[in-house]
Ligand binder design. Structure first.
Ligand SMILES: CC(C)(COP(=O)(O)OP(=O)(O)OC[C@H]1O[C@@H](n2cnc3c(N)ncnc32)[C@H](O)[C@@H]1OP(=O)(O)O)[C@@H](O)C(=O)NCCC(=O)NCCS
Length: 367
């Protein structure tokens, strides 16, 4: 049984919940972000729901788990709890932060402190699950010392009923907790723009446009994998946050800056930190071709990457016959480095050569 302690960490005090917390809990659970990611909560969330939650918190302590409210200067800023540990001493942690206290490291500080406290009381493993598109929670996991252990496909449902994959994290008592600076930071302003094109994280709302573009015969002809279903593409778009936070890749929508219309897709993928290398890949919607959009987009992304990451070398590959793509790379300051013979499999069973390109840190596009 865990003791009903009060935990002090930085400017936060964590204590067992009390009746007086009900109103702040109602406000937090009615926040749209909370309601979306904690889809099992009643919505709308009423005072009676908060009272039922407070009663359940008592039961949770009795059953060997823990439930705290997080306070700062005496005010409610969030909730954090541990489910009843299993017979092997593993328990799952869950949290929410009030909308008025977000972005100040509250969840990460509290999760780290609760895990430390639980280990001090004999727990052997703390688990944490976050949806692949819950960027804030994925960052919290990393900052609180949790390591990714895998993904649980279709493990939960979103509030709209669609299934969502969950990232599973674990923390053990002996794990070192580092600052966890991400290899790929987020765009400071949320997007990149040169006034003509705008690059935004590829989102679920982009899936229909992305799907249509990938079905274009010219795009399909140069894709390595066959076109997916709309459902596959929605799933792919939902993964943007997870891939970015975990340093695996950046997936972007290229937009017409003036209208905001979806003009194409650009990715920074195959990130190999040990080599300081990553690869760009792209496709443009037919109506936006021939206007220099992708050259601008690649330049924006590559300039950003050299300024904001440790990358040293950004590579690209084009099919030997893809003249338009090769012009994009030349104009974006890439140098042709050689040919990978018969790299790309084609639908007719043939293999075609890949022309290899790279732009190194410090190199600039021609004027
Ligand atoms: C998840 C949640 C608890 C995070 O609380 P918080 O105290 O604001 O979290 P922190 O301040 O510790 O960290 C949030 C991190 O996510 C980042 N972040 C948040 N939203 C983001 C977004 N849309 N895009 C990019 N980054 C985002 C923040 O910049 C910060 O990272 P940084 O420290 O590298 O800058 C809060 O958003 C919440 O209550 N959400 C609803 C309930 C929920 O999702 N619970 C978890 C279920 S698994």
């Amino acid at each position: 049984m865990l003791p009903r302690d009060v935990i002090s960490t930085g400017s936060l005090i964590l204590r067992p919940p009390a009746d007086g917390d009900a109103e702040a809990i109602v406000r937090t659970c009615n926040d749209p972000v909370t309601a979306w990611f904690l889809a099992a909560l009643p919505s709308p969330y009423r005072m009676a729901d908060a009272r039922a939650f407070l009663a359940k918190a008592e039961d949770k302590w009795e059953a060997g788990g823990a439930e705290f409210v997080i306070t700062e200067n005496g005010q409610y800023v969030g909730s954090i709890g541990l489910r009843q540990p299993d017979r092997w001493g593993a328990a799952e942690i869950g949290y929410m932060v009030a909308p008025w206290a977000r972005g100040k490291n509250v969840a990460a500080t509290a999760a780290r402190a609760v895990a430390d406290w639980a280990f001090d009381h004999g727990l052997r493993r703390i688990e944490l699950q976050a949806a692949v598109d819950n960027v804030a929670s994925l960052r919290v996991a990393g900052k609180a010392g949790f390591r990714e252990e895998g993904r649980r496909r279709d493990a939960k449902r979103l509030r709209d009923g669609r299934p969502v994959d969950m990232v599973l994290f674990g923390r053990l008592p002996g794990d070192t907790v580092t600052g966890n600076e991400p290899y790929l930071p987020f765009f400071e302003a949320g997007h990149l723009s040169d006034g003509v094109v705008r690059l935004t994280p590829l989102a679920v709302g982009d899936a229909p446009d992305y799907h249509r573009m990938m079905a274009d015969p010219i795009v399909a002809a140069y894709s390595v994998s066959p076109p997916g279903t709309l459902e596959d593409d929605e799933r792919r778009c939902r993964y943007t946050g997870y891939w970015w936070v975990s340093g695996q890749r950046i997936e972007l929508a290229v937009r017409d800056a003036a209208s905001g219309a979806f003009a194409g897709h650009l990715q920074l993928t195959q990130v190999v930190p040990a080599l300081g290398q990553a690869m760009v890949g792209y496709s443009l919607v037919r109506e936006f071709r021939g206007r220099g959009f992708m050259t601008r987009a690649v330049n924006l992304l590559v300039d950003w990457a050299f300024a904001n990451t440790a990358l040293h070398r950004i590579v690209a590959g084009t099919e030997a016959g893809n003249a338009a793509s090769q012009r994009v790379l030349e104009r974006a300051g890439f140098t042709r480095e050689g040919v990978h013979r018969q790299l790309f499999p084609k639908a007719d069973g043939e293999w075609v050569d890949d022309v290899a390109w790279a732009r190194l840190r410090g190199e600039r596009p021609p004027r």
